[in-house]
Design a protein around this ligand. Structure first.
Ligand code: SAM
Length: 328
């Protein structure tokens, strides 16, 4: 039964007598203005990278990657039953932080669904829209540096930051310092340790495994933590002072091989993501840290894409969603 929607023309709009007439500023004193150098890019591996992120973040920031990030948002919503947050709020959160906001798609959707919340999205790269809802702010900053916000958050969201964050204990400590008592942290990450298979259709020399091994080794060499498990994430959050509220583990099929409409749809969603994702994740790593020639990296990625399209190897990996809370 559709909800009845009432037009509001019969009532006057009351004026806010306490309105200061000053726009709500986020107060992040470290906000950088958009100088030309922040907008510069470098072109490598046939992709565009954000110049100021080089050495800090190895994935591209071009349109192809932005499309992938937006698709990935859809894919994660498929896992979470369409929910932007799993945190059990008693009241809608006031201040919300989206760490490494990317194209800002989660921040924008959240602000749309929770108009009383103010959402701040932080990223190294300026790939967010310029004109946004009044309750969204995008700021350019490095989350591995000291956080300088002038206020505390009721929800801190961090999704797919395993290719970004080098110092996880410090990252979670800063979340703790800037969370309100009773505030939530919500984390989505995936297992980069292994591609998995339950029915023996993945051979030992599968292209997936041959791609993953040098990719994770190069990530490790770059100071990242590709071998982190779900338990490692929850332990790090607890060490920072958070209480774990909920952990969810999902099997994400690589390609549309599963039986069942819903599972098949999920597999096709992830196949679409991986079509450009294999290259986004690994090309710079394999060439710069992994010692592969560009053509060797391309060939390995092409083999993965062929395996993905064939759907003969029934392969999946884990995606994790964690909700934690700062004690009252
Ligand atoms: C894989 S993307 C995830 C984007 C977004 N969280 C999502 O799920 O759609 C990682 C993002 O983190 C940003 N990033 C990487 N290192 C960062 C840092 N040290 N501080 C802030 N943002 C960072 C990148 O520019 C990129 O947009």
């Amino acid at each position: 039964m559709p909800t009845e929607i009432k037009a509001n023309c019969s009532d006057p709009i009351l004026a806010d007598e306490e309105d200061s007439g000053i726009d709500n500023e986020s107060g992040a004193s470290s906000t950088q203005s958009l100088t030309e150098s922040i907008l510069q890019h470098v072109y490598e591996n046939g992709r565009r990278y954000h110049a100021k992120s080089v050495g800090r973040y190895h994935m591209p920031s071009d349109e192809k990657e932005q499309d992938r990030l937006d698709l990935h948002h859809h894919n994660i919503l498929q896992l979470l039953g369409g929910r932007l947050t799993m945190a059990p709020f008693e009241h809608d959160p006031n201040m919300v932080l989206d760490c490494g906001t990317g194209t800002g798609i989660w921040a924008l959707d959240f602000a749309d669904c929770y108009p009383a919340s103010t959402v701040v999205g932080i990223d190294l790269a300026p790939i967010q829209p310029n004109y946004v809802y009044p309750n969204v702010k995008f700021e350019l900053d490095d989350l591995e540096m000291d956080w300088t916000f002038n206020y505390q958050f009721d929800l801190i969201h961090s999704r797919n930051m395993a290719t970004s964050i080098k110092n996880w204990p410090r990252y979670f400590e800063q979340m703790y310092d800037f969370a309100n008592a009773g505030g939530y942290v919500e984390l989505t990450e995936h297992d980069m340790n292994a591609f998995r298979c339950d029915d023996g259709t993945m051979p030992e020399d599968s292209a997936y495994g041959r791609w993953l091994k040098p990719t994770t080794a190069a990530m490790k060499k770059a100071g990242l933590s590709p071998y982190q498990t779900l338990k490692d994430y929850t332990t790090l959050l607890e060490d920072a002072g958070f209480e774990i509220v909920q952990t969810l583990e999902y099997k994400v099929p690589c390609g549309g091989w599963p039986k069942g409409k819903k599972e098949k749809y999920l597999g096709f969603c992830w196949a679409e993501d991986l079509k450009t994702g294999f290259e986004s994740y690994s090309k710079a790593l394999l060439v710069n840290g992994g010692g592969l020639a560009p053509q060797e990296a391309d060939d390995l990625i092409a083999e993965c894409l062929k395996t993905l399209a064939e759907r003969k190897q029934h392969v999946y990996y884990y995606t994790w969603h964690i909700v934690a809370r700062k004690p009252l």
